[in-house]
Design a protein around this ligand. Structure first.
Ligand code: UDP
Ligand code: MG
Length: 139
């Protein structure tokens, strides 16, 4: 994994609302190349492992329930400064606090059902990409 890649998931609320196309359009129009992508669904153990860093937080159980409630789109994205630029593009965790024009401002409904995931560091981008994709899928 090079430092010009990040990992994203379009969360169940985005798929449920038919927002895969509009969100991918926004991502690619912002200069990100899709390196790998799949429509999939997390199991409860998958979601518990993916969000293990939050296991002691009060919202953990609801988060796992929500993230396993329907399909997601997992993708690896490439762009210069990908991790930081993608966090800027998605906006604050709480869409009520997200800047105008950000994906969460445009498509999210609440702090829990907030449309998209974006890795918070290059190290986590690498770990999260490997969670969802094999080495030969990350061409
Ligand atoms: N989350 C939540 N309530 C909170 C904080 C977070 O339900 O008070 C959920 C939300 O879906 C968020 C995810 O847990 O995207 C991971 O939280 P984190 O603080 O890592 O936010 P992110 O990095 O996604 O902005
Ligand atoms: Mg996070």
């Amino acid at each position: 994994m090079t430092n010009n890649r990040t990992f994203t998931m379009l969360k169940p609320d985005s798929i449920e609302k038919g927002n895969i196309g509009p969100i991918l359009e926004k991502i690619t129009a912002s200069g990100f190349r899709i390196v790998a992508m799949k429509l999939t669904q997390l199991t409860i153990p998958d979601a518990q492992a993916f969000y293990a860093v939050h296991k002691d937080r009060p919202f953990f159980e609801d988060l796992v329930h929500y993230m396993t409630s329907g399909p997601i789109v997992a993708a690896i994205l490439e762009k210069d400064n990908a991790v930081e630029d993608f966090r800027t593009l998605i906006g604050a965790t709480n869409p009520a606090e997200a800047a105008e024009g950000t994906i969460r401002k445009m498509f999210a409904e609440s702090i829990s059902q907030n449309a998209v995931h974006g890795s918070d560091s290059e190290e986590n981008a690498s770990i999260e990409s490997a969670f969802h994709f094999s080495a030969r899928e990350m061409f």
